[in-house]
Write a protein that binds this ligand. Sequence first.
Ligand code: DON
Length: 307
Amino acid sequence: MADLQQIIDGIFSDLAPRLGEGKVADYIPQLACVDPKQFGISIATVDGHHYSAGDAAVPFSLQSISKVFMLTLALGKIGEAVWKRVGREPSGSAFNSIVQLEHEHGIPRNPFINAGAIAIADIVLAGSQPREAIGEYLRFLQMLSDDDSIYIDEKVARSETATGFRNYALAQFMRSFGNIEHSADHVLGLYFHQCAIGISCSQLARAGLFLAADGRNPLTGHSIVSAKRARRINALMLTCGHYDGSGDFAYHVGLPGKSGVGGGILAVAPGRASIAVWSPGLNRVGNSLLGSEALEMLATRTGWSVF
Ligand code: DON
């Protein structure tokens, strides 16, 4: 296999003529202002190497990738009882869909669609004030990446609070089934702030490394989750991490991955590396267009597909 730096430099130059393809998320007004012609990629390997290309040091909006870290926190708080509140099956619907909740007693299909992530935020809130839970979550991300400069972009959080009508609807609907314990304002206060994290590819690749290394962060030596739990989080990322594009992502890339509407994707090559890509233009189902293609190229050129 060629050197990893050469591989990602090659991917960056192959995609350079196409920068700006896809459609930047505009239903969150603050995200609509992002320059679409950006692309970054970063790989953190379990043996301590780090490779980057393009805009890998530029912070972008974490958005739904936050759902992986919040699930990790929720599992740490109440363990397998999480699965009484959310399922583990792909939804086959858009990330913000409400329809399935009515037939399935207010239990979202999985923790990575918006409804599921709101139920997970309710678990992490656990009777505390949103500001305390937001602080706990931010410190968790900073600890994982060993970098205190990861921050919450208050403008993005405010933008979502002002326009997230559908998320309010999801929270209130689940509350009517008894699957949300706190007020919608408090749960969504946490949810909007978890999504509004500003993070770079380089920081995100390091934050996801525990998922590639049996639950341990090989750089800091911290044990984050058990090896079994890391495997299970990866399984959910593979089956549910790209909403109704999850099958397509598994088909083309073959790695556990989680996308966000900010244009980021975190992918995990178990036993090898954690990979973060970012390019703001999205495809039809709301996943980064060039980010998905970059990961397909990476999986092909490294042979890292899990299949
Ligand atoms: O709640 C929302 O709609 C956004 N904060 C997050 C959605 C998201 O990232 C979906 N990802 N592809």
